[in-house]
Design a protein. Structure first.
Ligand code: NAP
Length: 288
């Protein structure tokens, strides 16, 4: 099977390549080879590679930046996803598209979890543009899987774990937001599931894919330091004190029940995935 991956130079792209099954030919593209905002470029690259499936990991992912640059973000996350979906539908090739929990407003009361059929209500420009992408992918009419994930970290990208480890080493104390709850998800846990979805081809639609369990960013930071063996004076804070341009959902835990029913498994507990990531970065450090 030949799979064309967009945004392959990004953080998820790194893990997708790392977890790529042996019988899959990984056709890596990023902005330089395929700008998904350009329909002519999409058509040309599809014609050149004639993939058996497309995996869209390309996105405008600067959540705060989207507030000021919503048209550009929509061009990539919404319209660009639509160009890919149209080209895939025309070629009768399935599309796996990656989306986000930020399509929800995060007002689900604890201990609730969002299911795929729950009403969306993005709070931010990023969430609106990603929702537009989901709608464009579904509207194109081809075989598709929209996989919503959240709080990603992994090798090959800037992420919360790396930020915490760097700040923890240089600051006398750290304040971390304690009023947003989600499921930290390792790209190294997500990527094998995405490959499995492509292989198993469940019915078209939306699927939630995250590591299991949930915590606040503060809880995540505490676990990072504990597992990394670092003593840090960690203090909880509220998100209004951060004063970031984009609002984030307060509680956006995603139920993976539909995924589990479709492919018989789902990513494991987030703490296990964090251990695995810390091991992976140790191995990288040892060889560099
Ligand atoms: N990171 C998270 O916490 C998170 C959470 C939920 C969902 N997601 C979703 O997961 C997917 C992968 O995210 P990620 O964290 O791997 O993001 P990432 O590291 O920012 O990777 C995205 C890649 O897409 C490229 N790109 C941007 N515009 C493009 C265009 N017009 N055409 C082709 N490529 C383009 C980027 O290039 P440049 O770097 O040069 O712009 C980058 O290499 C995205 O759909 C994202 O919305 C991420």
């Amino acid at each position: 099977m030949r799979v064309l991956v967009t945004g392959a130079a990004g953080m998820l792209g790194f893990a997708l390549r790392d977890a790529c099954p042996r019988d899959v030919q990984f056709v890596a593209t990023d902005l330089e080879q395929l700008d998904i905002t350009d329909p002519a470029s999409v058509a040309a690259v599809m014609g050149e590679h004639r993939p058996d499936a497309v995996l869209n990991a390309a996105a405008y992912t600067n959540v705060d930046g989207c507030e000021e640059h919503e048209p550009e973000a929509l061009g990539v996350n919404g319209v660009g996803a639509g160009h890919l979906a149209a080209a895939c539908a025309a070629a009768a090739v399935p599309l796996l598209h990656v989306s986000t929990d930020y399509v929800f407003d995060g007002r689900i009361p604890a201990p609730g979890e969002y299911s795929e059929t729950d009403r969306t209500g993005p709070l931010s420009a990023y969430g609106r543009t990603k929702l537009a992408g989901e709608q464009a992918v579904a509207a194109a009419g081809g075989e598709h899987w929209i996989t919503r994930t959240q709080w990603l970290y992994g090798l090959g990208g800037r992420n919360f774990v790396e930020t915490m480890l760097a700040l923890g080493a240089e600051r006398p104390f750290l304040e971390v937001v304690d009023d947003q709850v989600g499921s930290p998800t390792s790209t190294h846990a997500l990527a094998p599931i995405l490959w499995d979805v492509l292989r198993r081809r469940p019915p078209s639609g939306v699927y939630h894919v995250t590591n299991a369990g949930s915590c606040s960013w503060f809880g995540f930071a505490r676990e990072i330091f504990e597992r990394a063996g670092l003593t840090v004076d960690l203090r909880p804070m509220t998100s209004d004190r951060l004063d970031r341009p984009a609002s984030r959902p307060e509680r956006s835990v995603l139920s993976n029940a539909k995924l589990r029913a479709a492919i018989d498994h789902a990513p494991g507990p987030w703490q296990q995935a964090l251990d695995d990531y810390l091991e992976r970065r140790k191995a990288v450090e040892a060889t560099s």
